[in-house]
Write a protein that binds this ligand. Structure first.
Ligand code: WTA
Length: 651
């Protein structure tokens, strides 16, 4: 097959099908495939009208919008002329509907301390924080940089920005001073919010010290607010630094929300590109808010009595959309946990599910693979019968990990929503609606209502069922990014130039004969072996289905004969990583996929290099497999030591 066709061979077969139980479907908002199909078709017939009706129903409008969508590729404006406020939609609107006493946040700190906040309490604190920010000179359009542990004040700070029309830029509290300064400078941040420290595996992360170093290189930042989280004595710079509690003690608990244009910037979130500096993805007010809310309701089938737990940090888009803006707009009760999943031991998550009677649990495949490696005994100690729905996000889930999740965590009764989306899409795009769509392990199933995907080849032509190609979206949707902060050319170039008229997600996918989507990995990660284009996830899933394998990453390495040879990096459960296992893995992949995909090199490693949000960094592995020095941006790499150890790997 010519390389330029953009098609990818599909080698994975998965026949297992899991329909929702009658009990689950019976209580769900969308109860059957027919109901889903009707809704999807209604939306597809006129997406702008479909979203406009939802926007009128689901958001509070200070001024109604006059036009649902103005689309001049690549620039979309949704709900033009309208004025709303995201914090009003998440707080005041729910309180006005009688939910003031409902728990908004159930929070547990890593050391075991806990707090809870009702919607009314959350609103009061958001108002106070908003008044504090204003007092420090922050106004509409000003950028507030947030570098905090996962504590309620992080959510309060985000909502307080929204309340006064400031734009937040949340930076995950594991990034370096350099990374903070780069992001602060790119965004021209005016205010910094941080904490004295945060807890991680029983140790204190010195957040304020890191921020001090960053602020020395962030000339636009005028002030810094510091939350007392770990009671550390930290230096406070007079005239610049203020304690959160001191400001809050003086602040008024009322702060009317400032009406915002639908398209006013809500936040910037930096995400790493494959090369070069991180991209500041821009999301705006009304469209994003509606999209986060509606997709939360559809995908998690939210019911008033649910206790919902998304394990993501607010430093990622998943935390923005499905820990804060989606669930709070929908009036949900959300659990937030500050710490590590293996502190004080590997059963912490299961203990929390039992303690808080969590009903919906949303986590990442990388965490699931870690749980599998840690062993079932940690799970079995706890009663997980409160769970009714499970979700995954961030990477493809290998079918065997899916089966483990289904059996061990879901007790075979909970549907699993494998949700495909991106920082750029603002919210979930492809996912089962759990009461309506039978799931297949490893597939994110179908597009949500209002989403029109297309898989195309490099000429922009749709490919046949089961043929892999580029995943694109053919019609704007309310949650889509509005740009890359300060870089309109890069926005146009990355997402809109290669397939005219389509949003290019940068992932490969195929759609099977039942209309189910299967994500095959990033476009840049495709392997080309003897003219056959293979996806990373399929080789990795074959390896993970071997009983001794915990995790695997597949990359191509230049090969004179085949174009590319298959190099894999493998972490094992408790087996001896020796030549015998190597042979057994080669045979296993040969058996599962075929001779074509049989790995040429197998390196065993104690851990794989991952981004801080848990994605395997195949680009770095590719360089290692090719014997090159690693290049490009590794500021998002979780543990740099992993890299140095891998370099010595035996083939
Ligand atoms: C990958 C996370 C397969 C994909 C919300 C995408 C997935 C990138 C899935 C975005 C999934 C995310 N199945 N792959 N369910 N979810 N991805 O911006 O490559 O951190 O393009 O957003 O993660 O990552 P981001």
């Amino acid at each position: 097959m010519p390389e330029s066709s953009g098609q990818i061979d599909n080698v994975m077969h998965e026949d297992r099908l899991f329909p929702p139980t009658a009990e689950f479907a019976g209580q769900a908002h969308i109860k059957s495939p027919a109901e889903y199909q009707a809704l999807w078709e209604q939306a597809a017939a006129d997406p702008a009208a479909f979203w406009a009706e939802l926007a009128r129903e689901e958001l509070h409008w200070f001024e109604p919008f006059t036009e649902a969508l103005v689309w001049k590729e690549p620039h979309a404006q949704w709900f033009v002329g309208g004025k709303t406020n995201v914090s009003t939609n998440c707080l005041d609107r729910n309180i006005a509907q009688g939910l003031g006493d409902r728990l908004a946040i159930l929070w547990e700190g890593e050391p075991g301390d806990s707090r809870s906040l009702t919607y009314a309490e959350l609103q009061r604190q958001v108002c106070q924080a908003a008044n504090c920010f204003r007092q420090l000179g922050v106004g509409p359009g000003d950028v507030v940089s947030i570098y905090m542990p996962l504590v309620p004040e992080l959510v309060i700070a985000m909502l307080a920005c929204a309340r006064i029309g400031a734009v937040h830029s949340v930076i995950f509290a594991g990034f370096s001073a350099e990374a903070i300064a780069d992001r602060n400078n790119d965004a021209q941040a005016k205010l910094q919010i941080t904490a004295d420290g945060g807890w991680r595996r029983g140790k204190i992360l010195p957040l304020k010290a890191t921020v001090d170093e960053a602020l020395a290189k962030s000339p636009t930042v005028e002030n810094c607010i510091v939350l007392d989280r770990v009671h550390q004595d930290v230096p406070m710079q007079a005239g610049r630094d203020y304690w959160w509690h001191a400001l809050m003690a003086e602040a008024d608990t009322e702060c009317p929300a400032a009406p915002q244009d639908s398209e006013a910037p809500l936040f910037i979130l930096y995400t790493s590109g494959s090369t070069g500096k991180p991209k500041g993805i821009l999301h705006t007010t009304a469209g994003y808010n509606l999209y986060a809310k509606k997709t939360f309701q559809w995908v998690f089938d939210h019911q008033p009595e649910d206790v919902y737990w998304c394990t993501a940090d607010c430093g990622w888009i998943t935390g923005h959309s499905y820990l804060v803006y989606g669930p709070l707009a929908a009036g949900a009760t959300c659990l937030m946990y500050e710490g590590a999943p293996n502190y004080p031991d590997e059963s912490r998550f299961w203990q929390l599910i039992e303690k808080y009677q969590v009903t919906i649990f949303y986590t990442a495949p990388t965490a699931i693979r870690a749980f599998i490696k840690w062993g079932d005994q940690h799970v079995e100690k706890h009663d997980l019968s409160s769970l009714r729905l499970l979700g995954t996000v961030g990477e493809g889930i290998n079918p065997e990990a899916w089966m483990w999740y289904h059996e061990k965590i879901g007790g075979q009764r909970c549907p699993i929503v494998d949700t495909w989306w991106q920082t750029e899409t603002g919210g979930i795009m492809l996912s089962p609606l759990p009461g309506a769509i039978a799931t297949k392990p490893g597939s994110c199933t179908k597009p949500l209502p209002g989403i029109l995907p297309a898989i195309v080849n490099q000429a922009g032509q749709p490919v046949e069922p089961n043929q892999g190609g580029w995943l694109t979206v053919t019609h704007p949707w309310p949650g889509m990014l509005r740009g890359i902060w300060g870089d309109p050319e890069r926005y146009q170039e990355v997402y809109w130039s290669r397939v005219p008229g389509h949003y290019l997600a940068g992932d490969n996918a195929r759609c099977d004969e039942d209309g189910y989507y299967w994500i095959m990995g990033r476009i840049d990660d495709v392997l080309n072996v003897s003219g056959h284009r293979l996806s990373t996830i399929e080789i990795e899933s074959a390896l993970v289905s071997h009983p001794q394998v915990a995790e695997a990453a597949a990359v191509g390495r230049p090969d004179d004969l085949k174009g590319e040879a298959v190099a894999v990096f493998v972490t094992v459960k408790d087996a001896q990583p020796d030549d015998q296992l190597r042979e057994s893995l080669k045979l296993h992949v040969r058996h599962e996929i075929g001779a074509l995909a049989q790995p040429d090199d197998i390196r065993f490693t104690a851990a794989l290099p991952k981004t801080r949000s848990g994605k395997i960094m195949r680009r770095l592995l590719k360089d290692i497999a090719a014997g090159k020095e690693t290049v490009g941006d590794s500021t998002t790499l979780e543990d740099l030591n992993v890299l140095t150890n891998l370099g010595d790997g035996d083939k």
